[in-house]
Design a binder for this molecule. Sequence first.
Ligand code: SF4
Length: 234
Amino acid sequence: MKFSASSFSAFTECQNKFNLQYELAVKKAEVSNQAEFDYGKYVHKYAEVFELTGDDNLSKNEAALELTDGIKVSDKFANIEADIACYKKYRSGQTIGLEKMIMYELFEGIDVIGFIDRVSLVDNTVTLIDYKTGKRVDSGIQHSHRLYALWALWRYPFADITLDWQYLSIGKRKKYNVKEEDALSIHRIREYYADILQELDHCRTTGTWKSVSHFEKWRCGYCAVSHACKMQGG
Ligand code: SF4
């Protein structure tokens, strides 16, 4: 079975959501934050084109973008110039991977798949970069940190590895030196996912899937399968 940072996030945030989305394959509805999603997609596209071609004009070609990528230009694009300036300010190193697809076996029969926005190299340091366009800095180590770090630890065993999550819309970044974080060691990451997969087995066996906690009900507002959720009358 294939897992991604998103599917693990779905499971740890709301098992019910994981069941609907990944076990029962309920079709996702358009969510209320579609405009934010489109804007994020645009910024990633901009970074990719800029890295490949040095072309700085993508933001002036909105009509073509709507046609080619189905992105709807909305008022979320108001801060585009500032976000792009931030991307350029943070940009450093030689690009050695772009929209880098990773795939590896976490445990027997359990594969991980993902995409890293950019991989850069400076001296002996490999940096995995993730561009964010939301207004909130994630708290603590996320699934994407763990899963991408594990890939890099196997792929670049002799390099220093840094994770650099860049929150362009709020001008912040959060960096982790992988070899200095106990939670990002190969052993800890595998242990962490072994526990999650054991819990998943339990859900499947018993047919019980927990919903978001009372304090996390706000997540339901962003849930693309809420129409099928019994908690929401689906
Ligand atoms: S609507 Fe809320 S409780 Fe239901 S699946 Fe989505 S996140 Fe979970």
